[in-house]
Design a protein around this ligand. Structure first.
Ligand SMILES: *Cc1c(COP(=O)(O)O)cnc(C)c1O
Length: 396
């Protein structure tokens, strides 16, 4: 039914399994009864990922895309590690500012913004945004004329990307010259660079080279139009902490000097999934069970109106690792349902699981990206209030 790749454990960090399992058991035993799922955020994973980023991308400043996971402890940790932030709305801007982070560290990276959000950005001093249409230029000219702009261009299509963004976002090649002319020479705004986003979970590293070449062409058009020299290249998101990340980094690190020999170019990126994905573990409880012949069906306290909502429209690779409280046991063909009364609310269908009982835990690793933040309160199950326990496995 869903393309979710269950059964594959994609956790990459090296906490001894027993240590994590014991941590999960002790939190569950002390603080939680069935009906209340919870998250564990491992801050040492976030540290390790920032090391990995800095090592692979020493010249690329990350602006973490807040929409991916807005957990305050994550945002604070990332800020302390030197990250900036990509916000797409008034509320995301306020979330970041309320943590004491400076407005200078924010890019309002939504190319189409409601006027009220543009006015808010101007009021709080967020002076950096993106655009890809003429009407956006008019709105910014009227409500935030001091704002520095990046022209968002349509990224080359990555047929392998699991969440291509090209259709909705980005100026087309034939729109670039008139848009740049209008924004700079007619409206008098400051266009300081170019941005693109190849789509979430990019599969083909060469797509970044192609996008960087396209960005170069935009810089050339700007030169031709006599616009003050642009200095910023924003390579967007699409990264995961898998071996492909290093491949993408070397493609980017090679392409940038090929197309942008100017050493003064500033390169930024908007990683979303890269930072939270492997840092969060979701712990759920078995709240119901039914045997149907050889197969077993379970109900758990988290479902597709909560953290699994993106599995409805996006293929997330979720590692499922059932932790049973018993020594056990038989491996059975199993289906896992979420708690709501929607029959679509199935988290995993026909997977192999050891047989579980009421109150046993089912743990999902690598659940930090586009999970809880996409949840709802549908049917009276408040999946937005799932608590998060913050741990740091290195220091314990
Ligand atoms: C969602 C988004 C990101 C983050 O994308 P990931 O694929 O999670 O890295 C970055 N930039 C923009 C403009 C986005 O909309």
């Amino acid at each position: 039914m869903m393309s979710t790749d269950f059964g594959k454990i994609t956790r990459v960090h090296n906490i001894p399994k027993d240590e994590m399992a014991n941590l999960i058991r002790s939190i569950a035993a002390e603080k939680h009864e069935a009906g209340q799922p919870f998250y564990i955020l491992d801050l040492s994973t976030v540290e390790r990922l920032m090391d990995k980023w800095s090592h692979s991308f020493p010249n690329v400043k990350p602006f973490y895309a807040v929409k991916c996971n807005n957990e305050p402890a994550l945002l604070t940790k990332l800020a302390n590690l030197g990250a900036n932030f990509d916000c797409a709305s008034l509320l995301e801007i306020d979330t970041v500012l309320n943590l004491g982070i400076s407005p200078n560290q924010i890019i309002f990276a939504n190319p189409c913004k409601a006027i009220s959000h543009i006015k808010h950005a101007a009021a709080v001093g967020v002076n950096f945004t993106t655009f890809d249409s003429k009407l956006e230029v008019d709105k910014i000219k009227k409500w935030h004329p001091q704002c520095r702009l990046l022209l968002r261009i349509k990224a080359p299509s990555d047929s392998g990307s699991l969440r291509p963004l090209g259709k909705k976002f980005g100026a087309l090649p034939e729109e670039i010259e008139p848009l740049l002319h209008y924004a700079c020479n007619v409206a008098g705004l400051k266009v300081v660079g170019v941005s693109f986003h190849v789509g979430s979970i990019a599969q083909d590293p060469t797509i970044y080279r192609e996008a960087i070449a396209n960005a170069r062409a935009v810089f050339d058009v700007a030169d031709y139009l006599g616009i003050p020299k642009m200095q910023i290249l924003n390579i967007g998101g699409g990264f995961r902490s898998t071996p492909l990340f290093e491949e993408i980094a070397s493609v980017v690190n090679e392409a940038v000097p090929d197309f942008f020999p100017d050493p003064n170019l500033k390169i930024i990126a908007e990683p979303g999934r890269f930072f939270p994905e492997t840092a969060f573990t979701l712990v759920t409880h078995v709240i119901g069970k039914r045997a149907r012949g050889e197969k077993i069906e379970y109900w758990i306290d988290e479902g597709i109106y909560g953290s699994f909502r993106p599995t409805l429209y996006n293929s997330c690779f979720v590692g499922i690792k059932p932790i049973s409280m018993k020594e056990c046991c038989d491996i059975r063909e199993s289906t896992i349902y979420g708690p709501s009364c929607d029959s679509l609310d199935a988290v995993a269908v026909d997977i192999k699981l050891p047989e579980l009982e009421l109150d046993d835990l089912i743990v999902f690793y690598d659940m930090g990206a586009y999970s809880k933040c996409a949840g709802t309160k549908f049917n009276g199950f408040d999946m937005l209030s799932t608590p998060t326990y913050i741990v740091s496995t290195n220091s314990t």
